[in-house]
Ligand binder design. Structure first.
Ligand code: PFF
Length: 448
């Protein structure tokens, strides 16, 4: 195991931006708005916030404790904290999940680049909703165009990851995330001035409890996991680069609140626009590629809004892709004789191979299915619905039952006269509440 020169995030703001970079991704800007749309708006939002507080913050803290204390990648962290046991299999499952998620995530990041380019060239205008739908279907099913974008995307990710922790990931996050927040803010302000702003905002914020089903509760919990990059050792890997003076509960609370804010603001950007131009919000995953181009073209200076939106989506997705790339690279680099650059390149190359199958499942390979799902959907289901919850379940059991309580206390370092009560409460949550919730989500998504 190579342990020398692992690198650190150099500054506290770098820690925050990089961690927010992994959390904020397609899950916030692409998935969250349509999940809210499908689950009846405001009521869902309420449950989502509860899930973030009760599952998200404890879950993030758990991975931080494991990563920062062990100062090792997703697999070796468990080997260090629980030598001669099987706990490190959680890490293997995480590395596998990281690789498989990249296989389809990189394809979607490629789509965002295509749309960004189309927007810049002014080609996202003059079509009807049906035509935008066809345009997307034609592009996604094209035999090689999406593949070219995917390879470009993996190259960019490799460029960043190969430069290391502070020289690559931290630097990229420090540049990209402020741009992301600026664009998000500008788009949010614009959405307040749209004709149907109040209708969109009412849909989003007014809780209609009659629409809240057990299914929406479980969906909210699943969304929490994916959106916070939980359950696959991504936050273990990132926190292994945190210095000892980083306050873990504080960073966890900040990351979770920023992640939630970005999801809500993305919905604030999308709903007023969708309502203002006579569309419906329950459009499913194709909302941002099939519906939004038609919405943008009806806005004043629509081209500008389209460019900004797809740039926003691209940045969010790229920083998450980089974090996935880092999970697998760190494991390879620290367990083989390969350099970081070679490890990162190998990961990128293998992802491109997997991505070919994921991308072609919209075209030539659409009839190839695994348990009735296309390769793309199967990768998504197997990771988001199986590997992440299973990983999260065992990480919480590990921290709640197995890990020495003194390690938990040392890493949390809460300075408060009642600190021992917080720690006790936290451990009880990790022992019973968090695993029980994850188990319920798992049963529902797999057998429901
Ligand atoms: N959190 C990312 C999103 O919301 O899009 C997805 C993700 C990134 C999941 C990194 C897991 C991960 F390790």
């Amino acid at each position: 195991m190579k342990t020398e020169n692992r690198g650190n995030f150099a500054s506290k703001i770098g820690v925050l931006l990089a961690t927010v970079g992994t959390a904020v991704g397609l899950g916030n800007v692409w998935r969250f708005p349509y999940v809210v749309g499908e689950n009846g708006g405001g009521a869902f939002l309420l449950v989502y916030v509860l899930a973030l507080l009760l599952l998200g913050i404890p879950g993030v803290i758990a991975e931080f404790i494991v990563g920062r204390h062990s100062q090792a990648n997703a697999v070796d962290s468990f080997k260090k904290l629980a030598p001669k046991t099987k706990w490190h299999w959680i890490g293997y499952s995480g590395v596998l999940a990281g690789f498989l998620i990249m296989g389809y995530y990189a394809v979607v990041v490629g789509w965002t680049l295509e749309y960004l380019m189309q927007a810049c060239m002014g080609s996202l205008s003059g079509l009807t909703t049906e035509q935008y739908g066809q345009m997307f279907d034609q592009f996604a099913s094209h035999p090689y165009l999406p593949l070219i974008w995917m390879v470009i995307v993996m190259f960019v990710s490799h460029f960043v990851v190969s430069k290391g922790v502070s020289g690559g990931i931290e630097k990229a996050s420090n540049i990209l995330m402020p741009i992301f927040f600026l664009i998000l803010l500008v788009m949010m302000v614009n959405s307040f001035f749209l004709p149907a702003a109040s209708e969109g905002l009412t849909f989003l914020f007014k809780p209609d409890l009659s629409k809240l089903t057990p299914v929406s509760v479980l969906t909210a919990m699943g969304q929490t996991f994916f959106s916070l990059s939980l359950g696959m050792g991504c936050l273990i890997t990132y926190s292994s680069y945190f210095k000892k003076d980083v306050k873990l509960p504080k960073i966890a609370a900040q990351v979770v609140s920023i992640d939630a804010m970005v999801a809500v603001i993305s919905a604030v950007v999308i709903f007023p626009a969708v309502f203002s131009f006579g569309m419906q919000p329950e459009q499913g995953p194709s909302l941002v590629f099939k519906v939004l181009p038609n919405v943008f073209q009806q806005m004043p200076v629509g081209i500008l809004w389209a460019i900004l939106f797809y740039a926003l989506l691209f940045i969010a997705a790229l920083t998450s892709l980089i974090s996935l790339h880092e999970v697998v690279t760190a494991y390879l680099y620290e367990n083989t004789s390969m350099s970081r650059k070679k490890s990162s390149f190998l990961v990128a190359a293998l992802v491109c191979v997997l991505g070919v199958f994921a991308s072609l499942s919209f075209g030539k390979l659409s009839s190839l299915t695994i348990f009735g799902k296309t390769i793309f959907d199967a990768l998504d289901f197997f990771t988001a619905s199986i590997l992440l919850p299973v990983g999260g379940f065992f990480i919480s059991i590990f921290v709640g039952w197995f890990l020495d309580k003194r390690i938990v206390a040392t890493e949390l370092r809460i300075k408060h006269p009642k600190a021992h009560l917080f720690i006790k409460g936290y451990i009880y949550m990790m022992r019973f509440f968090v695993p029980a919730c994850i188990f319920a989500v798992f049963l529902f998504t797999v057998f429901g």
